[in-house]
Design a protein around this ligand. Structure first.
Ligand code: BDR
Ligand code: CA
Length: 311
């Protein structure tokens, strides 16, 4: 399968890259970067460094949006460290980003390979919204789209209602969810329940090699943040779970197809993701095309595969 990842690395973005690059059946065709966990300069540099760490330096990296479509950007240095990777230093990359923007690269690859490329979007959806503006046929040119973002039946993680990727660019998310992609939404609803306990990280630390060793060091920082906020040594697996679901849909044990909307105006609820989950509602006849909201996953199988990917 051919995959384009749009990301803001970011510690859990790094895990998603580790997961994708470990699978011999995945051809990683491009990496788009976006502001989010850090500035786009830093996330782009991190993407280049991570591709070297994970043995795929030839994959093109395209720098994307430095700010949201409408609002001012806000970054997440407390969660991911000042350098976006838990303050772990990776060697400076030999390569540099391609000349095209992330949106331009995604559109070109989709036009050249209609229906063949799947998109994994694990940062703010700004680049995908910009790509849609360049190419309104994008939903029919891409294969599957898996998005990590939103919080439908769980609390948010940036505001009481809004998850970081959606909150970082609500207008972009709203455009993407309205566009008619064949889209799976991997929201906090499942990522906050797919939690790697401290023992999982301890096992990772016993694995040989840079791939596992550096990733464990990023995660030490991430676990520290989670421990300070939740009082438990564990970590949610946001972006790598989305990667896992793209690669193996059988990890999803319950889902529902509904139109998904993003609140843009609420005084307290801007960035909230909404799906009509009333028992009598259905996707049929709705005003916008449905997306698939993932509601339950096989977390144990996923955590085992994540460990194998780092082995
Ligand atoms: C999402 O926000 C970012 O901080 C993470 O990388 C993940 O994509 C979780 O809300
Ligand atoms: Ca991310």
């Amino acid at each position: 399968m051919r995959v384009f990842i749009d990301c803001d690395p970011g510690i859990d973005d790094a895990l998603a890259l580790a997961y994708l690059t470990a699978d011999p059946d995945v051809e990683l065709v491009g990496v788009g970067t976006v502001f989010g966990n850090n500035s786009v300069d830093v996330t782009t540099d991190n993407a280049l460094r991570l591709l070297e760490l994970y043995g795929r330096p030839e994959v093109p990296v395209a720098r994307g949006a430095e700010r949201p479509l409408v609002q001012e950007p806000s970054l997440a240095e407390s969660v991911h460290g000042a350098n976006g990777l838990g303050d772990v230093e990776l060697p400076a990359p030999a390569g540099s980003p391609v000349a095209e923007s992330a949106a331009e690269l995604l559109v070109r690859l989709a036009r050249e390979n209609p229906g063949e490329i799947d998109l994994l979007a694990v940062g703010p959806l700004t680049n995908v919204a910009l790509a849609l503006a360049l190419e309104p046929r994008l939903p029919s040119l891409l294969g599957k789209v898996v998005v990590m973002g939103g919080a439908v039946q769980e609390p948010g993680n940036v505001t009481p209602w809004a998850e970081a990727n959606t909150s970082n660019d609500p207008e972009a998310a709203e455009r993407v969810f309205a566009a008619g992609f064949d889209l799976d939404l991997v929201a906090l609803d499942v990522t906050m329940k797919t939690v790697a306990p401290g023992e999982w990280l301890d096992e990772l630390k016993t694995l040989p090699g840079e791939r596992a060793g550096k990733t464990a060091a990023f995660l030490d920082f991430y676990y520290g943040w989670y421990s300070s906020v939740f009082g438990v040594r564990q970590s949610a697996m946001h972006d790598p779970l989305a990667a896992g679901i793209l690669l193996d849909r059988s990890l999803v044990t319950r889902s529902v197809d509904r139109p998904i909307m993003v609140e843009l105006k609420g005084e307290y609820t801007r960035g909230l993701t909404i799906a009509d989950l009333r028992p009598f509602s259905s996707a049929e006849g709705a005003e916008r095309p449905p997306a698939t909201l993932v509601q339950e996953v096989d977390g144990d199988a996923f955590l085992k595969r994540m460990m194998d990917a780092l082995r």
